[in-house]
Design a protein around this ligand. Structure first.
Ligand code: ZN
Length: 71
């Protein structure tokens, strides 16, 4: 049963396919602290569920913003 819901696109998907921003802990940069602040502004916390597509989107988006912030 698809009983997980993506915080961003609101699509339903399987629970085993849930992504959370906690996976950014393993990203070398930006730091997880920076990522948390970035997502906080978007209203997303560590326990919010995201689908794979939106996770990928945010991964790229945060990376872009991080690079812009360093200029
Ligand atoms: Zn989504």
């Amino acid at each position: 049963m698809k009983n997980a819901q993506c915080k961003k696109c609101l699509n339903k998907f399987y629970e085993k396919e849930i992504y959370t921003i906690q996976q950014f802990q393993y990203r070398e940069e930006p730091s997880y602290k920076w990522s948390m602040r970035f997502f906080e502004k978007l209203g997303i916390n560590e326990w919010d569920s995201l689908c794979e597509k939106c996770m990928l989107f945010y991964s790229k988006e945060s990376d872009k913003k991080w690079k812009e912030s360093k200029i």
